[in-house]
Design a protein around this ligand. Structure first.
Ligand SMILES: Nc1nc2c(c(=O)[nH]1)N[C@H]1C(S)=C(S)[C@@H](COP(=O)(O)O)O[C@H]1N2
Ligand SMILES: [Mo]
Length: 359
């Protein structure tokens, strides 16, 4: 088993396998940046194996492992607990992968593996406290009902999260998205929501929460979702979302290339920006392909874990041009102009570029 994806040969086209994954796991259409809260069907999707068949009446959530009182909850019992809603930006850690050169072969995302939904559920921490954490507890394993084989390893989808992260107030067991029950593809009946972290941490179709007395060493933490530059070299786990800004493409598109056509004159550019490390501190726009940058106007801040809107007034002159946008967060993280290449194609937050013909 290789720890890494295969790397495409120079000039190697997207395969039917990659096309199949891309069609199953659809992106968010960038014009949907107009909605602050992403309508459910426009939110991106990423499912490693199959969407499992779960029945709400027969579903149970077990909380077990290094706890004094293991619990088994029904959906009604979970819903009877304190109810919290929060709007959270999700992004797949593989977003931007298909723009890397050479291309790591996996789900071939361009820019659209994002969405900003309102998740309703119950906070995780009080449930863990009710189960009675034992002093030796260090990590928490979240296991989904979906099952498959990945790089030769048969598994249930499972992720570990440190106990400290698991006990953050804003970590939820969510059973609604945008005010409706989770649809099958988003984790029905219950999923984990870990604000600020890339998508792999947001475990869908939860069936068990196991408190561990040693660090979790399962596939999705130790093999997948690592930032590794050389084949067998050192690697770092992927955790929180790097800053990114996206622009709602202006004007209208060419069907095939998606390049844009805009009428000369005043054009309002707008989009959204987010970071899982710290609030967005500024967004800059370039109308000359990244040679010069000007500050965009930020919308008033909303909820901490939701993206922030931005706008930019552009006087479009006739001709060809390339727009670009980049975000910086309050921790000083800024989007790179050059690709942050790595073996698994993780967290490529290189700036978005939008070719435009102004007529
Ligand atoms: N059980 C389970 N949870 C999962 C996954 C999965 O395949 N199985 N995919 C993860 C990944 S990689 C991402 S990016 C998010 C996507 O969430 P969404 O499909 O609701 O947008 O779910 C995460 N949770
Ligand atoms: Mo993902």
């Amino acid at each position: 088993m290789s720890a890494n994806a295969r790397i495409a040969e120079v000039g190697e086209a997207i395969s039917y396998e990659e096309l199949g994954l891309a069609a199953r796991n659809h992106a968010f259409p960038l014009e949907a940046l107009r909605y602050d809260v992403t309508p459910v069907g426009l939110h991106y999707l990423l499912t490693h194996y199959d969407i499992p068949a779960l029945d709400a009446d027969r579903w149970r959530l077990r909380i077990e492992g290094a706890v004094e009182n293991p619990l088994t909850l029904t959906l009604d019992e979970l819903k009877a607990r304190p109810r919290v809603s929060q709007t959270v930006t999700f992004e797949c850690a593989g977003n931007g992968r298909a723009r890397l050169s050479p291309r790591p072969i996996s789900q071939p995302w361009l820019d659209g593996a994002v969405g900003n939904a309102t998740w309703t559920g119950t906070p995780l921490a009080p449930l863990l406290q009710d189960a009675g954490l034992r002093p030796e507890a260090v990590d928490v394993q979240f296991t989904g009902a979906d099952h498959g084989i990945e790089r030769g390893v048969e598994q249930d989808y499972a992720r570990g999260l440190s106990l400290a992260e698991s006990l953050r107030d804003e970590v939820l067991l969510a059973y609604e998205i945008n005010g409706q029950p989770l649809p099958p593809q988003h984790g029905f009946p219950v999923r984990l929501v870990v604000p600020g972290w890339y998508g792999m941490a947001q475990v869908k179709w939860l069936t068990s929460i196991t408190v561990l007395d040693q660090p979790f060493i399962g596939f999705q933490n130790e093999i997948a979702y690592r930032y590794r530059v050389t084949e067998d070299g050192p690697s770092e786990p992927i955790t929180r979302i790097q800053p990114r800004a996206l622009m709602a493409p202006p004007g209208f598109p060419d069907f095939m290339s998606r390049s844009r056509v805009v009428d000369a004159g005043e054009v309002r550019l707008s989009g959204r920006a987010w970071s899982g490390w710290a609030p967005i501190s500024n967004v800059e726009v370039s109308v000359d392909g990244g040679q010069t940058w000007k500050a965009a106007e930020l919308d008033p801040p909303g909820e901490r874990w939701a993206w922030r809107g931005w706008g930019f007034q552009w006087t479009a002159e006739p001709g060809e041009c390339e727009l670009a946008v980049r975000a910086t967060d309050a921790a000083g993280n800024i989007q790179p102009v050059d690709q942050p290449w790595n073996r698994q194609g993780m967290s490529n937050n290189m700036v978005q570029r939008v070719p435009v013909t102004v007529r």
